[in-house]
Structure formats: structure tokens, C-alpha cells
Write a protein that binds this ligand. Structure first.
Ligand SMILES: Nc1ncnc2c1ncn2[C@@H]1O[C@H](COP(=O)(O)OP(=O)(O)OP(=O)(O)O)[C@@H](O)[C@H]1O
Length: 258
């Protein structure tokens, strides 16, 4: 039976009178790359932030590795939090720290790790994220958009997570950079047996990476399934998204298969 690493049930999020999610249910299975799509403002980022505890929901439960995060003590919660890594949209790097130092930040949570080992581990993660050795000592302001994303990914991988959350990993990248990032995500998932929760607008990425897709609409997860399943969904937004001109371009030219 497939194990769910995350189970969201009956989630409600609202800001003042603005209800973003209502009765939202979602599962993320171990080892899958789940693409989360939806129109602008449907609450994809809010969902990600709620799962990782950066947003407190008005109602509902989020279970990660079978544990309801609300009920955990600080220590137990921290132990769970170390089992995931988050790559925010712009990398969310500390501008005053080099790339290596940024990746070292989460590693400071490991008791007894010497500064030399921390540095070596951080350099390993920088290289796993596909950055050249020279990038270690660069500052975020010296990096291209693609390099910043890779640095953010290196930091997300710092603690050998089982789950990685990616917020629009290919946004703002040129098609070649985006294609390379898609391949990197699949390679890392395969090599590290990661489960990946990925917010994306990028149809090419959905085609290239995702095992399943979850569509946010009408304040909930309207439907989940494979790309083939999505093509059969009879809902105006879903149909337009997966059959519109951009969708056709993605299926015919699918990056990396040209
Ligand atoms: N801290 C907050 N306070 C008030 N409203 C918020 C807050 N965070 C998000 N929202 C609102 O919640 C809604 C969902 O936001 P969210 O950023 O999750 O959308 P999204 O689906 O990720 O959009 P996009 O695709 O444009 O990035 C938006 O209307 C946003 O303005």
C-alpha cells in the first residue's frame, strides 16, 4: 500500500473575511513528485506555508509522517521539521551570507557537528544542487536567478530531508535553465527517494517531472491525478489550463525532448 507522508484534512484558511481554503483535503505519497497548480490567488503558496507550519489554519489537520503537527511539543515538532526542506520562490537566501554559509544555517541544528564537517557537508549540498565549486563563496547578489534557485535547493537539502517543498522552482528561468532544473529535481528524487511537493505554473515541468497533479480551485483540491487524468477533467478552468494553447505547446515541444 502507498504510504502518505502528508495528509491534509478539512483545511480552512482565511484572512479576515477572505476564505482561501475550505474543506481542503490532500495526500502526498512517499516518493512521488506532486505538482500543485491553480489559478493565481487560489492559495497554493498558503497551502505550502500551512503544511510547513508558517501559517496557522483556521480549521483542519495536517499530519506529516502520521503525526498531527498541532499536537506536537516543540522538541517533537523540530524533529519532524528536520525531515523536510523548503525552497522558497526567490531562494529566500540571507544576503549577508555566502552560498556555503547559507547552506550551513540549517546544519547548525546538528549537535556536535564540527565547523569543518559542517563546511564540508554544505559544500556537498551545493554540488548536489548542480552549482560549481566557485559558487560556494559567492554572495546571493552575485548569482543569476537560476543559481539562486539552486542555492535555495542546496539549503533545502542540507539536512537530508525526506520531503522537499518547492515554490515555483522554474519561475523566471529561461527554458534551458528550467529544463535543467526539471531534470535535477527528478534525479534528486530518484537518488534520494524524496517526496516532492511542488507549486508550479509551468506546464513543461508538470509534463517532465510530476507523477501526480493536484488542482486547487473553488477553495479546495478540486481533483488529483496523472497528466492523462487531467486531460479528461470536465471543469472549465482545468480544461482551459490543460487544453489551452500553452498546454498544446508543452505537449508538442516538451522541453528536453526537442
Ligand atoms: N498573510 C496574508 N494576509 C492576507 N492575505 C493573504 C496572506 N497570504 C496570502 N493571502 C491571500 O491569500 C490568497 C492566496 O494567496 P497565495 O499566495 O497562496 O496564492 P497563489 O495561489 O500561490 O497565487 P500565485 O499563483 O499568484 O502565486 C491571495 O488572495 C492572497 O492575497
Amino acid at each position: 500500500m502507498t504510504e502518505n507522508v502528508i495528509e491534509v484534512r478539512g483545511l480552512r484558511n482565511q484572512f479576515g473575511r477572505h476564505v482561501v481554503h475550505d474543506q481542503l483535503d490532500l495526500d502526498i505519497r512517499r516518493g512521488e513528485i506532486l505538482g500543485v497548480v491553480g489559478g493565481s490567488g487560489t492559495g497554493k503558496s498558503v497551502l505550502l506555508r500551512t503544511i510547513v507550519g508558517l501559517n496557522r489554519p483556521a480549521a483542519g489537520t495536517v499530519r506529516v509522517f502520521g503525526q498531527d503537527l498541532k499536537t506536537l511539543s516543540g522538541f517533537a515538532r523540530e524533529a519532524i521539521e528536520r525531515r523536510w526542506g523548503v525552497m522558497f520562490q526567490n531562494g529566500a537566501l540571507f544576503s549577508s551570507l555566502s552560498v556555503r554559509e547559507n547552506v550551513e544555517v540549517p546544519l547548525q541544528a546538528i549537535p556536535g557537528l564540527s565547523p569543518e564537517s559542517r563546511k564540508a557537508l554544505a559544500e556537498l549540498k551545493v554540488s548536489m544542487a548542480g552549482l560549481p565549486w566557485l559558487a560556494n563563496e559567492k554572495y546571493p547578489s552575485d548569482l543569476s536567478g537560476g543559481m539562486k534557485k539552486r542555492a535555495g535547493l542546496a539549503r533545502a537539502l542540507a539536512l537530508d530531508p525526506e520531503i522537499v517543498f518547492l515554490d515555483e522552482p522554474t519561475a523566471g528561468l529561461d527554458p534551458i535553465g528550467a529544463d535543467a532544473f526539471d531534470h535535477l529535481i527528478v534525479e534528486l528524487r530518484d537518488a534520494l527517494n524524496l517526496s516532492v511537493f511542488m507549486v508550479t505554473h509551468d506546464l513543461d515541468t508538470l509534463h517532465a517531472c510530476c507523477d501526480r497533479i493536484a488542482v486547487l480551485a473553488e477553495k479546495r483540491v478540486l481533483t488529483t491525478g496523472t497528466m492523462a487524468d487531467m486531460l479528461k477533467v470536465d471543469h472549465p478552468w482545468v480544461h482551459e489550463y490543460f487544453h489551452g494553447p500553452r498546454a498544446r505547446a508543452a505537449t508538442t515541444t516538451e522541453r528536453g525532448k526537442e
